[in-house]
Design a protein around this ligand. Structure first.
Ligand code: SAH
Ligand code: SF4
Length: 368
């Protein structure tokens, strides 16, 4: 990165403090002012940062850039869910989804272009991994959605790293983004409202716990036996269920809430009566709640969606045995916006399609 092109969104607060001290001889107070302008007030034009002297403003303007979100496409579902396609550096595309729920909206962002984990039921997994996103590329998805949400008069209250990619396989890029999202002078979201979801990278779960990054954790369990889990999630060969649940048991709660265990129900494969009972024994005594996710068949990967009634039977069984369970019915079915459906076409195909939407302004206003 040259002196002229430092991407502001790639800095955590602590890193900005350090760089301002080292390269500009500035105090910590200046980093605080900059964070407040950019993330709290949504101002990225140094000329408007009136509490900084003119000379300093010019110096900073010559050093920092604020790349805008590049929205390539946006689709709106009949249920109010919106799917965004953002272009990241180098022309790759990633998806973000605004999921409409009863009384809130949740923003689901991508952490990588594609994914290396190759889960059999997930479309992103069929792409393989192209690369991890930078912190700026992650935050630009947030900025782009905040900007566009003005057209709908809404905003999001929660952010989940459940789009394309395995967030803990992009540990630094993701945790730095989380720090800015939860920093009171950043996006100021409660750590309870920012969730990182992992397919079960045990060492990274432990590292996340040790790093004390303020974030909530979700783990995709998706099976109750190693045999079935390995069949659908190759990561299980490396870190089987027992080791994974041990890392979950040790994940500190403190200010963080319970760990969410995600369970994609694949009809006839991992949703038998025996699985239901085994799940209860596996979850017993763990600081968790369970999200049941009926398989989204739109992924077109040959699995079956369980019957609605059967999903309710599972929820009731878990609840009756003292395990909090919720059902995540898919949203945005008409625009293929749900879990596991996110994937982008090849660059060649895409090159033929003109960009339908303009580049957005770069005012990352404080998220609610
Ligand atoms: N890589 C992370 C986060 C992104 S996937 C992870 O795997 O946890 C987010 C969630 O979508 C995961 O719980 C995953 O199991 C689920 N998922 C993937 N494909 C799905 C599909 N076709 N139907 C329903 N859920 C799916
Ligand atoms: Fe990657 Fe998650 Fe999809 Fe598995 S489910 S392939 S970890 S995005």
């Amino acid at each position: 990165m040259t002196e002229l092109s430092r991407d502001f969104y790639n800095y955590s607060y602590d890193e900005l403090v350090e760089t301002l001290q080292k390269d500009f001889g500035l105090t910590k107070f200046r980093a605080t002012q900059l964070f407040e302008w950019v993330y709290r007030k949504g101002v990225t034009d140094f000329d408007l940062m009136t509490n900084l002297g003119r000379e300093l403003r010019e110096q900073l303007a010559a050093s920092f850039v604020f790349p805008k979100a590049r929205m390539h496409d946006r689709q709106v579902s009949v249920d109010g869910t919106r799917k965004y396609l953002f272009e990241v550096d180098g022309g790759d595309l990633v998806e973000a989804v605004m999921i409409k729920q009863v009384s809130r909206m949740t923003l689901c962002v991508s952490s990588q272009v594609g994914c290396a984990m190759a889960c059999a039921f997930c479309r992103t997994g069929t792409m393989g991994l192209k690369r991890s996103l930078s912190t700026s590329e992650i935050l630009r998805q947030v900025n782009g959605v905040i900007e566009d949400a003005k057209n709908f008069g809404d905003s999001f209250s929660n952010i989940v790293f459940m789009g394309m990619g395995e967030p803990l396989h992009n540990f630094d890029g993701v945790t730095r983004a989380v720090r800015n999202l939860t920093n009171p002078i950043g996006y100021a979201l409660s750590p309870r409202k920012v969730t990182v979801s992992t397919s079960g990278l045990v060492p990274q779960i432990r590292k996340l716990a040790e790093s004390k990054v303020p974030v909530s954790l979700a783990v995709s369990l998706n099976a109750t036996t190693d045999e079935v889990r390995t069949q659908v999630m190759p990561v299980n060969k490396r870190w089987p269920i027992k080791e994974l649940l041990e890392a979950v048991r040790q994940f500190p709660d403190g200010p963080r809430k319970k760990v969410t265990m995600e369970y994609v129900m694949l009809g006839g494969l991992n949703d038998t009566q025996d699985d239901m009972k085994r799940l209860v024994s596996l979850m017993r005594g763990l600081p968790v709640k369970v999200n049941l996710i009926p398989y989204n068949d739109n992924a077109g990967l040959g699995f079956k969606t369980p019957a609605r009634e059967w999903v309710f039977t599972w929820q009731k069984h878990l609840n009756d045995h003292g395990i909090q369970a919720f059902i995540r019915w898919s949203k945005g079915a008409d625009i293929a916006a749900a879990c596991g459906q996110l994937a982008t076409e090849s660059r060649q195909k895409r090159a033929a399609a003109p960009s339908r939407l303009p580049v957005l302004g770069n005012e990352p206003q404080a998220a609610v």
